[in-house]
Design a protein around this ligand. Sequence first.
Ligand SMILES: Nc1ncnc2c1ncn2[C@@H]1O[C@H](COP(=O)(O)OP(=O)(O)O)[C@@H](O)[C@H]1O
Ligand SMILES: [Mg+2]
Length: 316
Amino acid sequence: MPHSLEANAPLPTLPKLRIALVVDRVDWHARKLIEAFAKHRVRAVPVNLSSCGIATSTPFGLTIAGFGDALPDAVMVRSMAGGSFQAVTLRLGILHALRELGVPVWNDARAIERCVDKSMTSFVLARAGIATPETWAVEALDVAKAIVRRETPAGSLVFKPLFGSQGRGLRLIHGENDLPAPAEAAGVYYLQRYVGIERDGYRDFRLLVSQGRVVAAMVRHADQWITNVKQGGRPVFAVPDAEMKDLALRATAAIGANFAGVDIIHDAQGRATVIEVNSMPAWSGLQKVTPASIAAVLVRDLVEVLRAGTVREAQA
Ligand SMILES: Nc1ncnc2c1ncn2[C@@H]1O[C@H](COP(=O)(O)OP(=O)(O)O)[C@@H](O)[C@H]1O
Ligand SMILES: [Mg+2]
């Protein structure tokens, strides 16, 4: 009978997906992501970009460790180790190449470049009309000193390493003598208007955005102005208000990231302002105060997009 035949017909099987999970080591985050992918029957292969390369003789012009001559169905970038300028350029080039080959890369090299270089984040945010403190980035010490002389009468500045993370290397600048020497500054002075205020200690917010929505948030309380969890900041669950959510979503969209960790602080007037956007955010602190598995949310968002693409292709 046609009816029962139909009922017994095998369901169209979705092709098995294989994801390259870009990591510098298989840490807690990587393990959580691999587990989350496995729940969707997707194999996530940890890939260190330092073991990949360009190889023009291969079918796709690339070698992706663990994938032989094939391409991954998608790439999720969790972390990239530091290296020489040349090594990092090659690694980002591989991510650019994957995108150009049509592989979805979350986050792609362009978004990563815009976030790793804090001055480009500031530029992109300001151009998009997103509230962010005034920022200058210059190479020459005497130019940096002139900025400090001109700007500090209106309030302190913050010096940050251009490629900094986890609150390392930040300094408050009250006068030109607070600037680090060029060698210590790696030849670049990134200076930002200090907007922190003390209210029984210091605090700022971290919002995690994925696929156009805020999926987790925390407030970080600290005894000093640098609130990163790695610097002793204490994470507490937070429900962000509409202003913060809107800023985080617009900042992530302006950067062109599929997911991002957005740092938001309130200035003396109580206005929310974006301090930083992270395209490779760690979330162990945020996970401590978030009931849902963050890895599961990020993974589901990517798998849904891939499955939707697959189903569309199958139906075409
Ligand atoms: N302009 C600023 N005004 C006040 N506090 C700041 C400012 N910039 C950074 N901070 C503090 O320092 C922390 C780290 O700065 P951030 O720009 O996020 O760099 P990192 O990449 O090291 O996390 C922020 O979470 C915030 O607590
Ligand atoms: Mg930060």
